[in-house]
Design a protein. Structure first.
Length: 131
């Protein structure tokens, strides 16, 4: 019986330790902007790190300085998570998706649609921003 309790205790401790370590590594990864998966250089050869989530609402933001091939998820007060769109696509700020450049809202107009992010959390359809 003592052996069963010992085994259960060891399993519980290992589970707690591994869960704690996984959460710590996840937080580290998420706190850094412009950290991409390998292969980003084939899609976006030269990344410009000029975008900041400082003083922005929660939401998705096309990175105009990177020709909208990069987009960011901003989480107030200033967390920033950066992603790149698949090859031959750009982030369409109006629809909040990556899509073929020929169908997407032009990147030069992206900033005009940043206001769409104010719709996150809105539950009353009357209060939704439409463009």
């Amino acid at each position: 019986m003592a052996r069963i309790y010992f085994t259960l205790t060891v399993v519980m401790v290992l589970t707690l330790v591994s869960t704690n370590m996984a959460q710590k590594s996840r937080v580290k990864r998420q706190s850094n902007a412009y950290r991409f998966a390998s292969g980003v250089e084939f899609v976006v050869p030269e990344i410009r790190e000029s975008f900041s989530c400082e003083n922005r609402d929660y939401g998705y933001y096309a990175d105009i300085d990177n020709n909208c091939q990069v987009f960011h998820v901003c989480v107030p007060p200033a967390q920033q998570f950066s992603f790149f769109c698949p090859n031959t696509t750009i982030f369409d700020q109006r629809l909040l998706v990556c899509q073929d450049e020929s169908f997407a809202t032009p990147c030069r107009d992206a900033e005009r649609f940043y206001v769409i992010n104010q719709n996150f959390g809105v539950t009353d359809p009357e209060k939704l921003i439409t463009i």
